[in-house]
Every structure is written in C-alpha cells, then in structure tokens.
Design a protein around this ligand. Structure first.
Ligand code: MLT
Length: 404
C-alpha cells in the first residue's frame, strides 16, 4: 500500500477560510430567508478598474492573432512587467531592486506557501501571532514544525511572537534564534504596522543572527501613514536578509485574476547557495509562468489611468474601514487597525471567545467575520472584519452589530 506525506495528517481541521465557508453554508441552508453580510475573508467586491479591463481585452485580442499570440510565458515573468514593477515599486521609492530579482507568479498565497521549500528541513520558523495561517500551515506540510499541542494550539518547533494590544502589536525579538522570520506588514489580521525604524531593527537583527525575513507586503497599497515603509528594501541591509512578497489582489482587485510577485535579491546567500538562483530553479521546474493576459493586466495597474483609478478604489475601501472602526468605537468596542490596512481588529465583548463571537454575530446579526484565534493562539479574544465589502453592506453590518 502507498504511504502518504504524514505531515499533512498533523494539520488540525481544515484551512481557516474553508472552515468559515462551511459554517456559513450550513447556516444559510438552515435559514434560507436570512440575508447574510460577508465581512469574513478579505475578498474584494469592486469590479476591476477600466484601465485593467482595457488591457485585458487588448491582450485577449492579441491571443486571437497568429502574429501576436503568446504561448508559454517566461517562467520568471515577462520583461515588460518586471521592468514596470522594478521602476514603480522600487526605483521610484529609492530601493535598489532590479528587474531580474523580481519573480512574477500567480499570487502571493502560492509564493508565501512555497518559499519555505528553499530552507533546510530543520530550519526554525518564527511567526507573529496572530498572522496569516498559510505561513505555519505550509511549514507543517513540509514537516518543519514538530508536534501540535491542541491545548495551547501551538507547534513545538514554531517560535510564536505575540502581537497583541499589550505590546501595541509590535513583535519582540524571540529568545531562541530562528532561521526564517515571517513578517506581514501591514499585518493580516490585525491591520497594524511597523514603523520604518522598527522594521530597520528587524533587518539588523536578521543580519546579525543570519536569519531570512520573509516579508509579506500584500496590503502595502493601504498604507496611509508617513513613517510606515512600503517595502522592506527601504531599510538598510535588507538585500542580504529579506525576501519580499507582493500581491495584485488587494491593491487592484485581482483575487479572481491571480497575479503576484516575489523579490529575491541576488545578495541573499547562505554559506553555499544563492536563494535567488534556487528560487529561479524552482520556478523553472515547477511553474510555467503567470498567463500573458494577466501580466498585461498587471502592467496596466501602473499606467497613469490605472494608478488614478486604483487610488479611488483603495479610498473606497478605506472609507468603509473608517466607518466600521468609528461605528464600533462609538458602540463601545475596543478596535484596532483600519488606518493602514483594510482590516478592523476588535476585542470580543464580554470575554467571549473568538468562535463564540463568530457564532453570535452570525446568528443574531447575520454578519460573517473571522475569529481571531484562527490566526494563532494570541488572536483568541479578538475578531476581524474586512473593509472589502460594499459601502452599503459595511453600513448595514455596522447597524446590525450595534443593535445586537
Ligand atoms: C484573508 O482573508 O486573510 C485573505 O483574503 C486570504 C488570502 O489573501 O488568501
């Protein structure tokens, strides 16, 4: 009989958002008359911007013509997109990143799940707690996280760095030295950020202890405060210790289009290997490139019209965030986030657990959110609402929550 990768069997339950979807589907089946407002998964609701639609149409037409048809995309991404990213996301911000250090992919989720393959089996990971569940789960699948303790909901070989209201959502350097450090900034789920000075301390720390920071900047476009960095490469020394992962999902509504990229600087080397070369080798073997049509759409994100239209789209979601945050505050909730990120992070009322509040909200207000404990043990007692809904639904959800 064949044997399976036993590491998969160690994963408790199903993936957080699949779990929620199942609960909501059970509820709708039992109460088909109830109108649910979904502020759970961070999925966008606004249609693609006109500049992006135009680029998509044009690219589709090119595929219909033998002279302009495109087959396999280069596995690291088309030059036109890599150059555009290097110029706009890095050079324009004074960061020294070149086009050949950018690897275009089908999204930040795949990259943040796959990047751990480059590290040794016994590399120890450190994660902020709470954080996007993909980082820990993908390392569980790889057999790097030791054993699971259902009581504490922690893995024996994962270093958890609590980020809660008590430490103002700023992780402390761990006592034990990790080799991989996952930082998500602005953070999913708390919506909080690190200042440039705080991030610089992490870069210095990583260089000092010989660790690699895997920096997930999926929500970068939502940063509104001056002292929050848009890229880790704004920090001195980041080229020798940091990988940066970016998404087109949140800044341009590509959750259903799929496009992202990862930056692996050429200076990022272990004793005997270049992570850049290894990631290139991996792309070559396991990936046939993000589709041409999507990459043309990605290019349009950086066009003048695209930039202007997306600025409006982001302002739309951030208006939702401001309304939800203020409304909850007025109703007596303790609320965080929502300033540099489209997530509102609230303390559950009356000492309810995160899942108790989830059930209560679903049953009494017919509103779906995400239980904080799904993002890590220190998320217990917190709850996440997204600002990615429509304005009307955000207002309606708020009214329902207030009247609970
Ligand atoms: C979330 O809700 O945390 C995200 O939308 C999930 C994702 O980006 O994969």
């Amino acid at each position: 009989m064949f044997e399976v990768n036993e590491n998969y069997l160690k994963l408790p339950g199903s993936y957080l958002f699949s779990n929620i979807a199942k609960k909501v589907s059970d509820f709708t089946q039992a109460h088909p008359e109830k109108e649910i407002i979904r502020l759970g998964i961070g999925d966008v609701t606004q249609p693609l911007a006109p500049a992006i639609i135009e680029a998509l149409h044009k690219a589709v037409d090119e595929m219909a013509n033998a002279d302009t048809f495109q087959g396999y995309a280069p596995d690291l991404g088309y030059e036109f997109l890599r150059n555009t990213i290097a110029q706009n996301d890095y050079k324009a911000r004074g960061c020294e990143i070149s086009a050949d250090e950018i690897f275009v992919s089908d999204g930040a989720k795949s990259d943040s799940g796959n990047i751990q393959e480059l590290f040794s089996q016994d590399a120890k990971i450190a994660v902020c707690d709470p954080v996007y569940p993909v980082y820990v789960d993908s390392n569980v699948m790889a057999g790097r996280t030791g054993t699971y303790d259902p009581k504490t909901e922690t893995w024996s070989r994962v270093i958890y760095m609590p980020t809660t209201m008590e430490n103002h959502f700023v992780p402390e350097f761990p006592k034990e030295t990790p080799q991989m450090i996952y930082l998500c900034c602005p953070n999913n789920p708390t919506g909080t950020t690190l200042t440039k000075a705080q991030l610089q301390e992490w870069v210095d720390y990583a260089n000092r202890v010989g660790a690699v920071i895997i920096y997930d900047a999926a929500y970068e476009a939502y940063i509104s405060e001056e002292d929050v960095p848009h890229s880790i490469y704004e920090c001195e020394g980041a080229r020798t210790c940091a990988i940066e992962i970016k998404s087109f999902s949140k800044n341009a509504g590509f959750t259903g289009v799929r496009l992202g990229y990862t930056v692996v600087p050429k200076d990022l080397k272990s004793k005997n290997a270049s992570l850049h070369d290894m990631w290139a080798r991996r792309h070559g073997t396991k990936f046939n490139g993000a589709p041409y049509i999507q990459q043309r759409a990605g290019e349009a994100v950086y066009s003048q019209a695209g930039k202007a239209q997306l600025k409006e789209q982001i302002a739309y979601y951030m208006k939702n965030a401001a309304v939800i945050k203020q409304g909850l505050k007025d109703a007596g909730y303790t609320v965080f986030g929502g300033v540099n990120a489209p997530y509102i992070w609230l303390k559950t009322p009356n000492n309810m657990t995160s899942w108790e509040f989830f059930d209560d909200l679903l049953e009494r207000a017919n509103v779906v959110g995400t239980p904080g404990s799904g993002f890590g043990p220190s998320g217990e007692g917190y709850f996440r609402l997204t600002a990615f809904g429509t304005y009307e639904n955000s207002l309606a959800a708020l009214e329902r929550i207030k009247s609970m």
